[in-house]
Design a protein around this ligand. Structure first.
Ligand SMILES: [Zn+2]
Length: 366
């Protein structure tokens, strides 16, 4: 199997190009007694993203061949062109318009292969016409949402080269939602929905800025990080984005199996989906338990500990910090909110009471 090296690594990273590289076009759902009708791959969302997804997988195979070495710029250049063309073809095929914005990144390392510098265009999503499949519909929904008019949707074709094993992220300081090709193929194949996950972070950030009660107001941190995810940094709305992921993997994802034209890959797809689901469930349980413990202790002691409050460096908010309350998993907290007529202490108590109640509800329901 040509892609076995990168397949293994992508699994370790949590990527999953493999399901989108070996799919044939023979899957049909015949009714009893009927001849199976050939299903066209036209307008099949998984088939539409496949050429781009495959090319990206080939690119990381190429990158990994330089294990321990620097990749010369002249060897990278053809890939930048090919990947840009493939991204343009993909977005055109799903009716998505974009503007290109050059970016230059330096000193990157991917799994032991090094890149000194790389200049390439980011795709800033600017419009959608006649969305026919789910990725296009997602962008259409976001662009027409009055709450999200300043949100920037940024497709970075080389995201894994510089951001590690993630498929996307929301950056509050620039109000940008970044995503990779994996995010696009996962949601059409039902393996995860990074776009909706990050969008919920963006919406909670809007709530935070306008002064609504939100779990995004509270961030827990720890000096020591453990191998567990979010062990050193947890903004509490992460719990809600994970609950959304669980809903996607349970409710919508099984229905997306009809996009898979090759029955042979369904077994592995289900296995991988269930693995993701179990991981998300374990993560939510752990985050709920640890954050409830920490917040309860903080709430008990809030009148007597020193909270250092000032203007936030990045967002137009106040931020109150302390490292005087140490839980088992976290030992620092930051609480953010817009300036209000209330005192900082009153506001923090309100936010803590509300968050404790909300998290307890989730814990009981989960
Ligand atoms: Zn998240």
């Amino acid at each position: 199997m040509k892609k076995h090296v990168s397949t293994l690594l992508y699994f370790i990273l949590g990527f999953c190009f493999v399901f989108f590289t070996g799919l044939s076009t023979t899957y049909a759902k015949p009714k009893r007694g009927e001849k199976p009708a050939p299903i066209s791959s036209v307008n099949n969302p998984l088939e539409m993203v496949k050429p781009f997804s495959n090319l990206t997988a080939d690119f990381y195979d190429f990158v990994l061949r330089y294990n321990g070495r620097l990749i010369p710029g002249k060897d990278l250049q053809p890939w930048i062109t090919k990947i840009q063309n493939s991204a343009e073809d993909y977005f055109n095929s799903i009716g998505v318009q974009y503007e290109l914005q050059m970016v230059k990144r330096e000193d990157m390392e991917f799994q032991g292969s090094f890149i000194e510098k790389l200049s390439y265009p980011l795709f800033i999503i600017s419009g959608v016409s006649e969305a026919r499949e789910s990725n296009g519909q997602f962008f259409e929904k976001v662009l027409s949402d009055s709450r999200l008019q300043s949100l920037k949707l940024v497709f970075d074709p080389f995201l894994p080269l510089w951001s590690g094993p993630i498929q996307g992220f929301f950056e509050p300081s620039s109000n940008s939602l970044y995503f990779s090709v994996t995010a696009l193929s996962y949601r059409t194949g039902g393996l995860g929905d990074t776009l909706e996950h990050e969008l919920l972070h963006a919406l909670e950030n809007e709530n935070l800025l306008k002064g609504s009660l939100t779990l995004a107001a509270i961030t827990l941190m720890a000096d020591q990080r453990t191998p567990e995810v979010y062990s050193d940094f947890l903004r509490l709305d992460e719990i809600e984005t994970h609950l959304l992921d669980i809903e996607f993997l349970t409710e919508q994802a099984p229905q997306l199996e009809e996009n898979v034209l090759d029955k042979g890959s369904l077994k592995r797809l289900r296995e991988e989906r269930n693995k993701n689901l179990e991981f998300k469930k374990e993560t939510v349980q752990r985050l709920l338990k640890n954050s409830l413990k920490y917040l309860s202790k903080l709430r008990e002691n809030i009148n007597t500990i020193a909270m250092n409050c000032r203007a936030d460096d990045v967002l137009p908010l106040r931020v109150c910090k302390t490292s005087e309350v140490a839980g088992e998993s976290y030992d620092k907290v930051e609480i953010r909110f817009p300036a209000t007529p209330q005192t900082d202490l009153q506001k923090m108590k309100e936010l803590l009471d509300w968050s404790l109640q909300r998290l307890s509800l989730y814990q009981r329901a989960f």
